[in-house]
Design a protein around this ligand. Sequence first.
Ligand code: HDD
Length: 714
Amino acid sequence: MFEKNPPVPGSPAGFEVPVEEPTTPTDPPPAKPDQREPVPVTATGTPEDLPDGARGPQGRFLTTAQGARLTDTDHSLKAGRRGPTLLQDHHFREKITHFDHERIPERAVHARGAAAHGVFRANGAASKITRAGFLQKGSETRVFVRFSTVLGSRGSADTVRDTRGFATKFYTDEGTFDLVGNNIPVFFIQDAIKFPDIVHAAKPHPDREIPQAQSAHDTFWDFVSLHTEATAHTLWNMSDRGIPRSYRMMEGFGVHTFRLVNSDGETSLVKFHWKPRLGVHSLVWEEAQLLGGIDPDFHRRDLADAIESGAYPEWDLGVQVFPDTPEQTFEGIDLLDPTKIVPEELAPVQVIGTMQLNANPTNFFAETEQVAFHPGHLVPGIDVTDDPLLQGRLFSYLDTQLSRLGGPNFGQLPINRPHAPVNDMLRDGMHQTGVHPGAAPYRPNTLGAGCPFLAGVEDAAFIDVPAPIAAGVKEREAPSTFDDHFSQARLFYRSLSEIEKKHVANAYTFELGKCFEQAIKERQLQVLANIDAGLCATVAAGLGLPAPEPTVSTDGEPLHSEALSQVGATWPVEGRMIGIVADDSADVAEVAKAVAAVAAAKAVPLVIGPHGGKLDGGRKEVPISRTFDTARSVEYDALLLASAPADPRVRILVDETFRHCKAIGTWGTGTEALEHAAVHPEAPGVVTADDPEAVVTGIIELLGAHRVWERSQA
Ligand code: HDD
């Protein structure tokens, strides 16, 4: 027999409704065990007595998933040594079943990525415009950043021509904030409803599923030549930004305009920018292509190696700030149009903090693969705007995790857990790992003493800004300010240096040259004519087609934004790779001096020799990092020649380094290696001296400017 509930204090006898909700909150329950730090470790067994050099804290004894110790994992349980496997082999079944389900669906876009942990430190400059706690002076917040390509599958090459994702998860005390951006500040489309169209066009053709991770094919150019709002983004992709040298050397952009709210409730509109301390640098196209075969993991390796060696990459986070006016425009630029930038000369980027990435993930799958970003992960002080692309993203990211991560509890995965206490009323579902106490995950309630209570501004609650919405009728239309598809492409193109413009022309010529349909090439040439007549003429000549006349006017537009060009400044060389060619005839003491000088400049010296092991000379020894078999020029940012091995592979090394406009230094007999490759010792960017330290000094200076563009043929 069940007793009737006892009377609620203060209520009439019995259990009659209506009952008042309690009005004084009790203490909130503590964070769920799985949201506390440090993250619980689930390894079984004892980690003591591990052999030296063990690479993981695996326990000592192998067990089943249920913790029973095992004597054998190499043989299935059989009816006799030569007999069939028994169905009762629970270890075999557990092992194979788990293996059969190891893969999860890859991301529909941005499937290929690499990530790192780090910390963000705010300088307080944003405190006037936002009340977000993590942006107040001195605040330090842990972050996890995932970089990615967009088009390729998980196993595709890193160095393809593509946009790069730059997604940052800030684990703030007030909840998680995700800044899910790209290395390109504009987007292909203005409205999220077009996302499946651009992605279907850019992904491999549905019949043969080729080409992988490429935009150089008919369906991509078919779509973007028709859908001219993609013009600016496509142009950025064809520029050097489409083939970054390293994730560490890319800018990042929030792309959309966001709305910040300060502690007085005042709002402003902002665009977020990440500025890499190492500068913005790119590969040249031939390097990118070669790397696709020689080291498809080039960017992933570069990031992990740099962090492992202590060359922690850093970015300044900056904002461009605009008044929150009803028009939401700035200097005539519609701030809700994600195909537009605001040139930095019109609205400077103001630095509000710095991020350092200082730890590699422990487990790729658990962290890099399972991390789930979402532009709707917002914190008090940061809100969204009505940009129709952002509005659609607010739906898509949550939705996609349901199939990718298998249900609605992906937020409980260690990498996705907020570092703020969570006290939600979400319950059950697939892969629920929380063991929620209490009987009243609903509101209003009396059985849980009214908890959880609702917070106000004074409790650091997230407030949806009551921003006015433009009046109008319900319709499927874009504002007329979204109609201009060319002025910003022109602005970008005209802001590039001559060498960068050449690269753009080469990229269009390559990509369209890979298209089969003549009509698509002709239509894209028309788009190019509306960007720049010279660009159009060069590409048309490369394709062997006539250059059309522009169909839009170019009058009265800004022509130049210096901040858009990558060329002309000098930057730190931390973590840059310098190859040092030497065979057994080299003066080993001199090689050792060069190695030390490169390391002292915080670059990475890699000795390339004819065999593995060491260069041995007198009392000096130098370890060889690469051999003529394994080395290819594309791995290095500069090359030093300590001797002149008569080996064709060395000739290719020198030849490619020269063609790719990278610095070359020689001393002693090394200078003869230049002759073998027909490189003039006085050519720009070639440093020859007697002393290897002087050579390294010259090379580091050249490397600061990234490349020796005077040498460029194209
Ligand atoms: Fe997106 C992933 C960036 C528009 C739908 N997007 C994804 C990632 C980045 C971006 C960096 C990878 C996150 C990670 O590393 O896990 N996306 C952008 C930017 C956009 C943008 C900068 C425009 C300014 N995206 C966009 C639209 C839609 C999506 C308009 C859909 C309407 N994006 C997705 C997605 C993904 C995704 C399908 C795939 C995996 C995921 O979300 O978690 O939902």
